[in-house]
Each structure stands twice: as structure tokens, then as C-alpha cells.
Design a protein around this ligand. Structure first.
Ligand code: WQD
Length: 339
């Protein structure tokens, strides 16, 4: 029996596929390469020494997706596939709703058709909106999302809840990520978005390696330790392992809908991250203070208690590890590009 990973060549998907293979799982990956590249497939095989099935499929393509289920006995799905740039979602809401919502509906209808009713969904801390508390617990429930990307995640959570209400044979786990950064220790896979990065660490990486001139720190007048935004950064390998724990726990659970935060519970400011990155890598990251970015809030931090208690999962890696692994990866990418 196989695990289908949608978006399995993306940043978080690829790291999760590595962990699944290293746990001797049988994996089938679908991806349309909208935000990744085909060379990730070989890198996953190089890291693990293991093979897996890959289909270049857009989850909106029902016929091709059904073929994947025809040709493989899929018993559970980890669903990463989706557009994820907050800023871009504000400019292109229709593309985000179509791709993320309709794509998920096609996936769920196909799963139902092939009687595959076990799914782990890649959700996000953005579904909490701006609850005005320092630590976000799952019991807070979904808030008022501040961008179409976050709204698609909140809507898909609601769709999954309604699906279970209509058919209580489904097992559904929704994982709310905080801020994933870092890279596999091999330096072969990591976060290297095309174009100008929206997120902080990919931007720091490009400044440190000389591709971009300097980092703009969006605001230093927040109500935080040094005035810059505080976030709960989590190493992408810790995040990947959270999926392994969630999936294996889900198999023991009764049908139902289960929600977990995947975060460290510790906040780190923009300036703290910059300083750590410079210190552990002995590299400079030039920056300037710029105006606040619309939609940003002072602090976003997880209450990680529930995942610890129920999944026996918590973060193992430190901010220093995240900075070292990010630098190791981007140096590797830059070397390859310049050769
Ligand atoms: C982090 C901090 C910025 C860029 C987003 C999504 C969220 C999740 C993670 C998917 C903030 C500051 C950033 C820059 C900066 N993704 N910053 N200069 O916005 O917390 O969360 O990514 O689930 O859904 O919303 O992450 O990395 O963009 O910002 O100063 O060039 O870095 O203001 O304080 P964010 P981010």
C-alpha cells in the first residue's frame, strides 16, 4: 500500500518524501513543478538511495489524477500541492482559489472514488488570523484571515470538516505550520523560490550569497524585544517528521478530524535571525530598516503542547541549525549555478 504525496517536489513536500522513504514507506509523488523543479526527484533518490513513483500531474487534471489511483494502491494522502505566496495571493486571488480549492476538491473526489479516506493536510498558522494572543493554541479556532492564501487554507479546513460530517469513515489530520526554514543536511534540497523571495530566510540566503544587495527589514516599531517581527521558526526536517508522526498516529485513530500546530513554541525576531545567521555562518547580511509590510503582525508563535502530548512530536533542531543548514544549501545551489 502506498502513500500519495501531492506537491512532493516542493520545499516541505520533498523533505517529507525523504523522511517517508527513510522510514521504508512506499511513496507515490505527484507534482506539476509550478514552484519546484524536476531535478529534486533525483536529489531525493540520491539522499535516500531509494526509488519511488513520480507522475507529473496537476491535481486539477482529474483524468491524470485518477490514473495515479488506478495504477497504485493508495491508502493515504499527504496533501501539500498548492500556491503559497501571501503577497502573490493578494494580486491573483482567482488563481489561488481555483488552484488551491478546486485542486483539493478534485483530489478529495478522486480519493472518495477509489475509497481512499485518510488524508494529512498541509495547513498554516495563517488560519488563526490575528487573534491578539502571544501563543496560538488549536482551541483558538480559525480567525479572520488576512490574505487569499490564508483564506484558501481556512476554507480547505472547513471543507474537510464538512466532508467528515457527511461521511464519518474519513480520517483527517490538519497540520498548521508556523514558519518553516532550513534545509536537509546534505545541502541537496531546500527553499530556493524562483524570483524575488517573499519570505525572510530565502531572502537572507540570497543576500548572504551575493545574489541580492541587501535585506529590507519590514518595520522596527513592533511591540517586540527589538521592534522587529517575531515568528516561530521551525526546521523543515522537524516539520517533515511531524508528518510522519501524524500519519502513523492517524492510522491508530478512529475516523475523525484532528488538528495540530507544528511549531517550536519559541519566538525569534527578524534581527535575532539575521544576527544568528551571520554568527554561525561567519557571513554578513547587509540590511536596512524599511516600512512595515501590510498584513504583518507583531508576534506569531505556536502553543506546541497538543502535538507533543498526542503525537509525541516536538521540534529537535535549533535556530542555529536552521541558519547553518540554510546557508549550506544556498552555497551548494550557488556553486552549481556558477559552474
Ligand atoms: C517573517 C518575518 C516579516 C521578508 C508566511 C506566511 C505563512 C507561512 C510562512 C505558509 C515577518 C519579516 C520578511 C523580508 C522582512 N507560509 N520579513 N523582510 O509572513 O510570517 O509567514 O510564511 O504557510 O503562511 O504568511 O513569513 O518569512 O514572509 O516573514 O523583514 O524580506 O520577516 O515582516 O516579520 P510570515 P515571512
Amino acid at each position: 500500500m502506498s502513500i500519495l504525496v501531492t506537491g512532493g517536489t516542493g520545499f516541505i513536500g520533498s523533505h517529507t518524501v525523504v523522511e517517508l522513504l527513510e522510514n521504508n514507506e512506499d511513496v507515490v509523488v505527484v507534482d506539476n513543478f509550478v514552484n519546484s523543479s524536476p531535478d529534486v526527484i533525483d536529489k531525493i533518490k540520491q539522499i535516500t538511495g531509494k526509488d519511488f513513483s513520480f507522475y507529473e500531474v496537476d491535481i486539477l487534471d482529474r483524468e491524470k489524477l485518477e490514473k495515479v489511483f488506478e495504477e497504485n494502491s493508495i491508502d493515504s494522502v499527504i496533501h501539500f500541492a498548492g500556491l503559497k505566496a501571501v503577497g502573490e495571493s493578494v494580486q491573483k486571488p482567482l488563481e489561488y482559489y481555483h488552484n488551491n480549492i478546486t485542486g483539493t476538491l478534485v483530489l478529495l473526489e478522486t480519493m472518495r472514488k477509489y475509497n481512499c479516506k485518510e488524508i494529512v493536510f498541509s495547513s498554516s498558522a495563517t488560519v488563526y488570523g490575528n487573534p491578539g494572543v502571544d501563543k496560538y493554541a488549536e482551541s483558538l479556532g480559525r480567525g479572520k484571515t488576512t490574505n487569499p492564501y490564508g483564506t484558501t487554507k481556512a476554507m480547505i479546513e472547513k471543507i474537510l470538516e464538512d466532508l467528515y460530517t457527511s461521511d464519518n469513515s474519513w480520517k483527517i489530520c490538519m497540520l498548521r505550520y508556523f514558519n518553516p526554514i532550513g534545509a536537509h543536511k546534505s545541502g541537496l534540497i531546500g527553499d530556493n523560490p524562483n524570483g524575488i523571495p517573499n519570505n525572510l530566510m530565502p531572502y537572507i540566503q540570497k543576500v548572504a550569497v551575493g545574489e541580492l544587495k541587501e535585506l529590507s527589514v519590514f518595520g522596527n516599531d513592533y511591540n517586540t524585544v527589538d521592534g522587529t517581527g517575531v515568528r516561530d521558526y521551525i526546521h523543515v526536517v522537524d516539520l517533515a517528521n511531524g508528518h510522519i508522526k501524524a500519519l502513523s498516529k492517524l492510522k491508530t485513530y478512529n475516523p475523525g478530524v484532528y488538528v495540530y500546530n507544528l511549531g517550536s513554541g519559541k519566538g525569534c525576531s527578524v534581527l535575532e535571525l539575521i544576527k544568528t545567521f551571520e554568527k554561525v555562518n561567519n557571513v554578513k547580511v547587509p540590511y536596512k530598516i524599511a516600512p512595515r509590510r501590510p498584513g504583518d503582525i507583531d508576534v506569531v508563535c505556536a502553543d506546541p503542547t497538543k502535538a507533543k502530548e498526542e503525537l509525541n512530536w516536538c521540534t529537535q533542531k535549533t535556530i542555529e541549525d536552521m541558519c547553518k543548514d540554510s546557508w549550506n544549501y544556498i552555497k551548494n545551489v550557488s556553486l552549481i549555478k556558477n559552474n
